[in-house]
Design a protein around this ligand. Structure first.
Ligand SMILES: [Zn+2]
Length: 305
C-alpha cells in the first residue's frame, strides 16, 4: 500500500474562511460574548439565591452552561495546537470532545437540579422574596443575551461566519428563557405564587435543549460522524482527476481536523512514481472541493482490466 498525504495550514472550526484576521475577530467575539454571559449569569445566580426564585436560578445555570461550552471550545483550540508525539501520533485533538462530555454532564446535572428545585417549590407553595431585585436580574438576563446576540450577529455577518450567526440566534432564543423567568416573577408580584416555579420548569426545558444539543454533537464526533456531503464532494473531486477511474472516500474528524481517506482505482501498469504524483494531484483537488479538509490520504489500487 502506498500512501500520499497532503497537509495544509490548520483552519479553525469557528469560521469557514482561512483568513487569520477573521479568525482572530471570531475568537475575540466568542471570548467577549462569553465574558458578558458569565457576568449576566453570575448576577442572576446571586439574586436567585437571596430571592429564592427558581426561574432565575434555572436561567442563571443555563447562561453559565453556555459559557462553559465556549470555554471548552477555547480549551480544545489551545490543546489541539500541540504537536503530535510518538505517544499521541494524531495529536491531542480529541481532548476537546472529552472535555465536552464533562460539560454535557454538568448541563444535565444543572437541568435536574433546576427541575427538582422548581417541583419542590411548586409543591411546597413557597413564596419569593425581594421580587423587585428578582425582576431587575431577569431584565439583566434579557439585556445580556440580547446584547451578546446583536454583537455576534454583527461580527458574524461582517466576516461571514455561519457558526457565529447561528450562535447569535442561540443567544436571541436565550433572551426568551430570561423573559420566561421575568414573566414568572411578574405573576408572583401579581399575587400568583405558582408563577416562579412554573417559570422554573419552563427554563429547565431550555437547559434540557442545550444539554441535548451538546450531547448529540459530541456523540456524533466521538462516533466519527461526518456530513455526507463531504464524502460525495471528495469522491467526485477524486474521480474527476485524469488517471483515476473510480474513487471511494471515507472521512472523519479528530477534534478540529477533518481527515479524508481516498481509495482510487488506477491503471495497473502505473509506475509507483506516477502513482505518487497522481496522489498529490488528487489531494489538491480534494482540498479544493472540501476546503475544511486538513489531511487527505490517497491509496491507489490496480483497476481490473
Ligand atoms: Zn443557551
Amino acid at each position: 500500500m502506498h500512501q500520499i498525504t497532503g497537509l495544509r495550514e490548520p483552519t479553525t472550526a469557528i469560521i469557514s474562511g482561512d483568513d487569520a484576521a477573521e479568525r482572530r475577530q471570531a475568537n475575540r467575539a466568542v471570548g467577549i460574548s462569553a465574558i458578558g454571559l458569565a457576568i449576566t449569569g453570575l448576577i442572576e445566580f446571586v439574586v436567585a439565591v437571596f430571592t429564592g426564585s427558581v426561574g432565575l436560578l434555572g436561567d442563571a445555570l443555563h447562561n453559565l452552561s453556555d459559557v462553559s461550552t465556549s470555554a471548552v471550545v477555547f480549551l480544545g483550540f489551545r490543546i489541539s495546537r500541540r504537536p503530535a508525539s510518538e505517544r499521541y501520533p494524531y495529536g491531542l485533538e480529541r481532548a476537546e470532545d472529552l472535555a465536552g462530555l464533562g460539560v454535557a454532564l454538568v448541563i444535565w446535572a444543572s437541568a435536574v437540579f433546576a427541575g427538582i428545585q422548581s417541583v419542590h417549590k411548586l409543591l411546597a407553595n413557597q413564596g419569593t422574596d425581594h421580587i423587585g431585585a428578582g425582576i431587575a436580574a431577569a431584565v439583566i438576563g434579557i439585556l445580556g443575551n440580547q446584547l451578546v446576540a446583536r454583537y455576534k450577529l454583527r461580527v458574524g455577518r461582517r466576516i461571514q461566519s455561519a457558526t457565529l450567526i447561528s450562535d447569535a440566534k442561540h443567544s436571541w432564543l436565550d433572551a426568551l428563557s430570561s423573559a420566561g423567568a421575568l414573566l414568572g416573577l411578574v405573576a408572583v408580584a401579581a399575587g400568583q405564587r405558582w408563577g416562579d416555579p412554573v417559570a422554573g420548569l419552563a427554563v429547565t426545558l431550555f437547559i434540557c435543549h442545550v444539554g441535548w444539543e451538546v450531547t448529540s454533537d459530541i456523540g456524533h464526533r466521538l462516533l466519527d460522524g461526518v456530513d455526507p456531503d463531504v464524502i460525495t464532494s471528495a469522491e467526485q473531486a477524486a474521480s474527476l482527476v485524469p488517471g483515476v477511474t473510480h474513487a471511494h472516500a471515507r472521512a472523519r474528524w479528530t477534534g478540529r481536523t477533518l481527515r479524508i481517506d481516498i481509495d482510487g482505482w488506477v491503471d495497473s501498469d502505473l509506475a509507483i512514481s506516477d502513482a505518487d504524483q497522481l496522489g498529490r494531484v488528487v489531494a489538491v483537488s480534494v482540498h479544493e472541493a472540501v476546503p475544511e479538509a486538513r489531511v487527505v490520504t490517497f491509496c491507489p489500487h490496480a483497476a481490473a482490466r
